[in-house]
Design a protein around this ligand. Sequence first.
Ligand code: SF4
Length: 323
Amino acid sequence: MDSFGPGPRPRVAVSSCLLGAPVRYNGGHSRYRFLTDELDRHVDWVPVCPEAEIGLGVPRETLRLERTGAGTRVVASRSGADHTDDLRAVADRHLARLRDADGYVLKNKSPSCGLFALPVFAGGQRVDGRGRGAFAERLVELLPLLPVEEQGRLTDPGLREHFVERVFAHARLRALLAPGWRPRDLVAFHARHKVQLMAHSPDGYREAGRIVADAGARPRAEVAADYAASFQRTLGLVATPGRHVNALQHLFGMVSPHLDATRRHDVLDAIERYRTGRVPLSVPVALIRHHCAGERVEWACAQTYLDPYPDDLRLRNTVPAPA
Ligand code: SF4
């Protein structure tokens, strides 16, 4: 028996320039190799360039965030033209497509696509560094539960792993909640995600479980919306090394009755070496997955925690600080 695999292929929206499209103000691009050379094998892209969509050509004058009496606006730096409302409207126009997306990677430092810490100007002077691009701001207003990340932050191994994990989980959830889903499918889905959810928040796992328990007694649409919100909120919390240790011990508890003393010792040793920051998470996970498959421990094999995204992304190979 093998584990179930990470599930359906996600659809990921992305700032077009990150895939290499020459749409930047100067006719260049911002190709990001993690997306084009690694993630590309496993997802379908939905590229969007808000500035191109509102008719700004290439090349074009640069834009910047400007603090005005009407709030923070996106203005062209030479002509002073205000593009804020048009850029926000692009997010509204794409809403139907983006509801079917499992994540969004935005270009950082862009007054249209940037999500965090953009410089804001007033009267030619920089007044603060807390701005957000107009398109990005509207996007997160419309879809607050969509996994969204900036390309600049994806260089951090922990943030990269967390984002990709959420994207693949979102795709599984979207597949589950397709028209005609049944409460018993939701029960099975929640059971498969038990360890993964617990690694992020035991309270979140229990909250989602209460929604599952009532699923047969409430309108489907309400259950789907409540479960999706609870599931995404829980996975949005950071899985600490300590919580990973708890998750590994939980899985060890399932497989240990099938193992002899030597193999039990090996698994516990791998968990301890992960806990003390000597090996990456991939080491105890691979060992437990191997034993679960070899001993045909079905419940454990089905846990998405053991297979949250494709292995070849190598996202669990960084050694964390000790738990
Ligand atoms: S950052 Fe956004 S608006 Fe700017 S070129 Fe890239 S996709 Fe287009």
